[in-house]
Design a protein around this ligand. Structure first.
Ligand code: BEZ
Ligand code: FE
Length: 294
């Protein structure tokens, strides 16, 4: 293989991979090379631009560690995460839609009982969250596991707080709960607020250069798992948020937008006497049975 030129280099690279014994890897890499080369031809990529792209990816790597996942942010802001989520979660229209996982999920969150306060000191207006998990047949799904996580009123998740700070040491506004025998759940937390995705790194610079903002509309994350059903990774979004139509990671679905109701001081849904204003929000999640597709 000599004297490769700009017309035959794509075929040469593909031929070089032809002995790969992993069929899926060969298929994926062949397509990737075809699309990368087409892109470079399409925009007539210059050497300076190629070098700038390499430097950018190097920066993305340098800032990434176990607390900061800049590659996920890059995928999210380019719409790749939402594309992969959408094409892998096709289900009947009645089922709750999936959206991006995001970089702030933490496995093995502390377990809470229904009715408990999961905020654990995270700052924000009190909010009482309730709902039900059901199947397509309408029946409640008992003992479903719900992972819930959200940011505080300043827009920070516990894992973003400075190392050694209180919120860093103990999880805040993050919990694992279980639905009761009727598929119902309820807990106390804080009001979800809009926040910018981390923009002090190369992805933030990219957004800035593209005239884009880093904001996500206020939301509450759920990861719901139950025997006999497909897992559901989703959020509920706060109605009327100013970023619902310009989410930096393209994750909003109309079916996931909900009213958070404001209440003056008084008695909360669980009977707690509240001497400050509070919010309530309710949502019914519909899971897809395992093996069913749209
Ligand atoms: C999140 O909602 O937690 C999130 C999603 C994508 C990028 C950054 C944050
Ligand atoms: Fe989030």
């Amino acid at each position: 293989m000599r004297n490769i030129n700009e017309d035959n280099i794509t075929q040469a690279v593909i031929a070089a991979m032809s002995q790969c014994s992993n069929d899926r890897l060969r298929t994926v890499m062949t397509s990737l090379v075809q699309h990368l080369h087409s892109f470079a031809r399409d925009v007539h990529l210059t050497e300076d631009e190629w070098f700038a792209a390499i430097s950018f990816l190097t920066e993305v790597g340098h800032i990434t560690d176990e607390r900061r996942q800049e590659f996920v942010l890059l995928s999210d802001t380019l719409g790749l995460s939402m594309l992969v989520t959408t094409q892998n979660n096709r289900k009947p229209a009645e089922c709750t839609e999936a959206t991006v996982l995001g970089p702030f999920f933490v496995p093995q969150a502390p377990r809470f009982e229904n009715g408990e306060d999961i905020s654990n000191g995270a700052a924000g207006a009190p909010c009482f969250v309730s709902g039900r998990v059901r199947g397509l047949d309408g029946a409640g799904v008992p003992h479903a596991t719900l992972d819930v996580w959200q940011s505080d009123e300043d827009g920070f998740y516990d894992v973003q707080l400075p190392p050694g700070s209180e919120g860093d040491i103990e999880p805040r506004a993050r919990a694992q709960l279980q639905t009761d025998a009727d598929g119902r759940f309820h807990f106390r937390s804080i009001l979800a607020e809009a926040y910018p995705i981390p923009y002090d790194g190369p992805v933030g610079q990219m957004l800035d250069a593209l005239g884009r903002h880093p904001w996500r509309p206020a939301h509450l994350h759920f990861w719901i798992q139950a025997d006999g059903h497909e897992p559901l990774i989703t959020h509920i979004f706060r109605n009327h948020d100013q970023y619902l139509d310009s989410d930096a990671v393209f994750g909003v679905r109309s079916t996931l937008i909900v009213d958070w109701l404001h209440h003056e001081p008084g008695v909360a849904p669980d009977g707690t006497k509240m001497d400050v204003p509070f919010y309530t929000v309710e949502y019914e999640f519909v899971l897809n049975p395992l093996g069913a597709h749209a």
